[in-house]
Design a protein around this ligand. Sequence first.
Ligand SMILES: [Ca+2]
Length: 560
Amino acid sequence: MKFSVKPRASQALKTRGDAHAVKLEGSWLVVYSKRSTRIQACTVCEDCANRVVSFGCFVVVNRVVVRMSLVRIGMAGVVICSVLCGGLVAADDLASGQTESARRPLNVLFIISDDLTLNALSCYGNEVCQTPNIDALASSGTRFTRAYCQGTYCGPSRASFMSGYYPHATGILGYISPRKAIGDRATWAQHFKNFGYYTSRVSKIFHMGVPGGIEKGDDGADDPISWTERFNSQGPEWRAPGKGETLENNPDGKKPAVGGNTFVVVQADGDDLVHSDGRTAEKACQLIHEHKDEPFFLGVGFVRPHVPFVAPASYHEPFPEAEMELPEKVAGDWDDIPKLGINYKTSKNMKMNVQRQRKAVAGYYASVAYMDAQVGKVMSALQQAGIADRTIVIFTSDHGYHLGEHDFWAKVSLHEESVLVPLIIRVPGKQPAVCESLTELIDLYPTVSSLCGLEVPDRLQGIDISGMLDDPELELRETALSVNGKGYLIRSQRYAYIRYRENASGGEELFDMQTDPLQYTNLVDDPAYAATLKKMRSEFAKTMQRVRDNDLAASPRSKN
Ligand SMILES: [Ca+2]
């Protein structure tokens, strides 16, 4: 809505809360806060601009609350506001001060781990790897058990949930920023920035190379315009002093710890702050305290448990390799998996014997435990800053991970361990719950925008699942989609349908997840499932049509 200002309004302005003075300057309503921050509201309702009360970044005009967008300009602390939305409330209630806190916009704390399977978290049932901090968040929020990533490796997954488009809408299946594909459309964080939030990322939110990019401390495939400020967390990774060992392609054990995307375990000397994630947590805590008085969107990206499995030695102690259990090895397991479905990392091609496989699981768990401790520090900072009751907290991962299921390791696969992600959303005032409805990471952008009262752009391909936070039984999706560049997964509540190449020339898999949750029996050739297969194929066609029905085609840059 568009408002204009009547000059007479300046004569009847009243201020409360943080506002020191409110004046009209030309067509701008200017709010001077007690901290000398100059806030300009560019538009005020023509009909009711005779009573203005300021509450931080809200202004009450008569009984209409208008939220203002704050955009920080330079170092002078000048803030420009624009009226974005209005809602009728009782101004007297606000004036009482009791609801001031409740009326302030919710902050967003988005915590994302890298390469984390939910199977490694105790709140999802792991009995060996204990994750008390993530568990505490889960027990105070909604824990989703069927949340799917849209890409099964970093680049496409992160570009998708940050842009709001599926990988096959932007064409991003590699390790690049979505910016060229989306033109001037706002990313998730940028959307909040446009609505006046301070937006910041610490470490990996868009793609970053691990370990290489972390060793250098570079920005990776970032999108600078999404952020008011951004911070990288350089770390030594596999070079960290301590006891290091290469597990992959090292059958005789002679190779030292090496760099790159390979299985290396380091029991490191020193404390948490030696490493990238410790530094990420420290910076995040600092930012929470510094920005507690303004609406913020803070993205905190931890890089563990992505390889290398580096953590201080104390985090490795609870996981003696001999006690690590491996998934059951089933004879002939690969016989009904199409060639393109055999993952790029397997026990066989990594030349990892059972002992090294156990070491891999132990190293992964130590990395998860270390990452969990960093989550705990950030959550404590939120509590200490006194803003836990007005901050939405999200915890997730960019995709899942195999820890030896089917003798597969790592990501990329379209099997359940790789496509399923942990997802916890905690919204102040909402009851804790467990939600088994299908969700996708691409739903975060519209959902969190909606929860914060921001406009939800029509173009977004995800859906607003905020209703699930009130009613965990609510089902809003019939299927979820995940891709890996070679294949596609269509997941319904009951079935997983995988198709290699769009025309299925690379083969298909169909699993009944109720009777075969570990996906040992491909039902594609079973006549009893012919109707189900037909339905899943049809779902696939419909889904891809929906993915390609987007507003990017009109953008010449989307073709890049
Ligand atoms: Ca990743």
